[in-house]
Ligand binder design. Structure first.
Ligand code: ADP
Ligand code: MG
Length: 266
């Protein structure tokens, strides 16, 4: 059975598009057939993160206008034959598409893919409703900041009202040293506030920014970095595998202990 998942957050800039690109690539590497749908009309950038921007000829808008078939609009990733992107139109207002149209696009793709992952725009207005309309599941991305957590909470309420049965949470941009100093909310506190199951934790890591700029998701690297591994683990958990969470707090503490021992000459 295929899965239709929206990646959403409420707040902008928390890592939805980064998550969509990496999860898509990770699932494709696991042998799954994956289509990523950019639902951020007007501010599309999933194509950039995937390094596919030069290869876009048609977009979802052309498909809806009957100017091309959906197969023609899908951009294939040369690195991962199982991964394709349905691009959004650039410079179009968010009203360029409505919820029924989004549903009809997903309907056309449904039988050809194992995973349909929809990259949601920020906010809770029309663009959000369009992205959520066809979804059966949601992944909420938040950062450990009160403003992001509050928006995530609001979005979880809206998703529950839409009967999205399965909701899971990614905490992105964790900085263990700040949590340690009580300058940042911990993952445990976020889970208490939001009460949805955790599916992944990602550290704040400049490798993510570099990969964004290179157009190469971290999970595509030959030797996985820590954040690349964290994304790969999320894909495996989606697949139902029981993968322990990377313990960034423990890693930070053991680093501190090593430094302390060295300073004390031990
Ligand atoms: P959204 O789609 O929610 O608006 P993006 O995925 O576009 O967010 O990410 C916004 C910015 O934050 C990008 O420049 C991205 O590289 C950066 N970013 C996302 N996650 C991390 C992280 N874990 N560590 C460092 N930078 C990150
Ligand atoms: Mg985005």
């Amino acid at each position: 059975m295929n899965r239709i998942i929206v990646v959403t957050s409420g707040k902008g800039g928390v890592g939805k598009t980064t998550t969509t690109a990496n999860l898509g690539a990770a699932l494709a590497r696991l042998g799954k057939k994956v289509v990523l749908i950019d639902a951020d009309f007007g501010l599309r950038n999933l194509d950039l993160l995937l390094g596919l921007e030069q290869r876009i000829v048609y977009t979802a808008i052309d498909v809806l206008a009957d100017e091309c078939t959906i197969d023609k609009a899908l951009v294939k990733d040369k690195r991962l034959p199982n991964l394709v992107l349905l691009p959004a139109a650039q410079n179009r207002s968010k009203d360029a598409i409505n919820a029924e149209q989004m549903q009809s696009l997903v309907e056309e793709l449904k039988d050809k893919f194992d995973y349909i992952i929809i990259d949601c725009p920020a906010g809770i207005e029309a663009g959000f409703r369009n992205a959520v309309a066809p979804a059966q599941e949601a992944i909420i991305v938040t950062t450990p900041e009160m403003s992001a957590v509050r928006d995530a909470d609001r979005v979880i309420g809206l998703l529950e009202a839409e009967d999205i049965g399965k909701i899971s949470l990614i905490v992105n941009r964790l900085r263990p040293e700040m949590v340690q100093l009580n300058q940042m909310i911990s993952v445990e506190d976020i889970l208490d506030l939001l009460a949805v199951p955790l599916i992944g934790i990602l550290p704040d890591d400049q490798k993510i920014i570099i990969s964004t700029n290179k157009g190469e998701p971290l999970v595509m690297e030959e030797k996985l970095s820590v954040p690349g591994l964290a994304f790969q683990n999320i894909a495996r958990r989606l697949e139902g595998q029981d993968i322990p969470f990377l313990d960034f707090m423990a890693a930070h503490n053991s680093l501190l202990n090593r430094i302390r021992r060295r300073l004390l000459g031990g």
